[in-house]
Structure formats: structure tokens, C-alpha cells
Design a protein around this ligand. Structure first.
Ligand code: SAM
Length: 226
């Protein structure tokens, strides 16, 4: 599958290629029991999960990264395979998916990875996690205005939140207030295509500390977004 990465302009080492192969095998092995992804055909998994996760890898610096709503580990595990110096925390609400994530971390022998089974609204209130990360990532978890309330509290002032979206235009406009209220500043919306699919990376820089009242909890982030 090295050729497929090259087709998208991504160079990988033999070791990284082996890690992606192993990741694919574990994903298929666990998928029937754990319902991790609807995409199972090998080339599709590579394109829609692995390559989609790493097309923006240059936006990620070495440091502490938290991935919110990791599910099957996307985008953070592919990013970790490409940049192994990253200190990674995977946050996922579903216990079974956390079991899967732990198996991937163990089997791929990934160092400095912590898996947390919990909801962002709760974990973001913990002193040891609040404003402790250089970067936060999320893909396919919620609309941007809701997602910002889950994610921005984790990010240190000076750090950034990177959201993986499809067509982001409307969501970015809708999230203008949330970005401001939570202490962010829109840094960049990088739009690109993955074959025919529109993709976007929305990068929000944290410029001010987030007020302790966020995230509000009790589902307010979704029901009544900022
Ligand atoms: N990020 C993965 C991807 O792109 O394939 C998974 C996407 S899946 C559609 C959304 C995941 O986010 C689910 O596994 C769900 O359990 C998790 N999730 C949703 N809301 C969450 C929250 N508030 N805190 C933690 N995890 C959450």
C-alpha cells in the first residue's frame, strides 16, 4: 500500500507501512464485535481513514495532543504513526471503542499514548486535563460550534484546535461566536479534495483562557450551541 500513500504525496518508511498494515488487520478483526467502522474494504480504509487522517499532518507539531471522540483512532493514531514524538491522549466515550484503541496501541507498540474512556464535557473540567494540551484534534464528532465547546477547554493558551471537516464553510460561519467566546481565533481553513470528496481542516488558535463555565454540560453544547 506504499504506492497508495505516494499517490497522495505522502512518503512512508517500511516501519510505518507495517504499522498501518497491522492497524488494518486489528480494525477488521475487532470490527464485527465492536462496530468501529462501516468502511472495511482495504483500499477504502487506507484512503478514507488513514490517508484522510494524515493529509494535514504538517499542521501538527511535536507536543501534547488530545484527540476528542477518537472512535477507531482517527485522525490521531495515523498522525502518531507519522510523528511518533507526539505525546497522545485518546478520549472516547464508548468503552468498547476504548478497548479497541488500547489493543491498537499495544499491538503497534506505540509509546506515550493514554486512552481515556469518558466524555469531553466531564474530562475537560478535570484540573489535570484543562488547558494542558498543545493541540486538540477531532473528526466527525459534532458540528463545529458544539465541538469547539468540547475541545477548546483542553488547549493551552498559544496552542491550537484542528477540526477535520468535509465542506466547512457554513459551519465556520456558524461557529464565529463560539470561537470568540471560548478564547479562540480562526487561524486557517485549509480546503482540499480527497479524490472527489471535499475536505477541510479548520485551525483555531487559542489566544485567551477559556472561562471555567465551559463546557456547560447536560447536553447544552449540542442542544443550545454557543
Ligand atoms: N473520530 C473518529 C473518526 O473520525 O472515525 C470517530 C467518529 S464517530 C462518528 C464519533 C465518536 O465520538 C464516537 O466514537 C463517539 O462515541 C465519540 N463521542 C461523541 N461525543 C463525544 C464526547 N462528548 N466525548 C467523547 N467522545 C464522544
Amino acid at each position: 500500500m506504499k504506492n497508495l500513500f505516494e499517490k497522495f504525496g505522502i512518503e512512508i518508511t517500511k516501519e510505518q507501512e507495517e504499522k498501518f498494515e497491522k492497524y488494518y488487520q486489528i480494525l477488521i478483526e475487532y470490527n464485527s464485535k465492536f462496530n468501529i467502522t462501516a468502511i472495511t474494504e482495504k483500499e477504502d480504509v487506507y484512503k478514507k481513514h488513514f490517508i484522510d487522517s494524515i493529509l494535514g499532518v504538517d499542521k501538527f507539531d511535536v507536543g501534547k495532543l488530545i484527540d476528542v471522540g477518537s472512535g477507531g483512532g482517527f485522525p490521531a493514531i495515523p498522525i502518531k504513526i507519522m510523528k511518533e514524538e507526539i505525546d497522545l491522549t485518546l478520549l472516547e466515550a464508548t468503552g468498547k471503542k476504548c478497548e479497541f484503541l488500547k489493543a491498537v496501541v499495544r499491538e503497534l507498540d506505540l509509546k506515550n499514548v493514554t486512552v481515556i474512556n469518558g466524555r469531553a464535557e466531564d474530562i475537560a473540567r478535570e484540573e489535570s486535563k484543562r488547558e494542558k494540551f498543545d493541540m486538540c484534534s477531532a473528526r466527525a464528532v459534532a458540528r463545529l460550534n458544539t465541538l469547539l465547546e468540547y475541545c477548546m477547554p483542553f488547549v493551552k493558551v498559544g496552542g491550537k484546535f484542528i477540526s477535520f471537516k468535509g465542506d466547512a464553510k457554513e459551519e465556520v460561519i456558524e461557529a464565529e461566536n463560539a470561537i470568540k467566546v471560548l478564547g479562540g481565533k480562526l487561524e486557517e481553513v485549509k480546503e482540499y479534495t480527497l479524490e472527489d470528496a471535499k475536505r477541510a481542516l479548520v485551525v483555531v488558535k487559542k489566544v485567551k483562557s477559556t472561562d471555567k463555565k465551559y463546557p456547560r454540560g447536560q447536553g447544552k453544547e449540542r442542544k443550545n450551541p454557543l
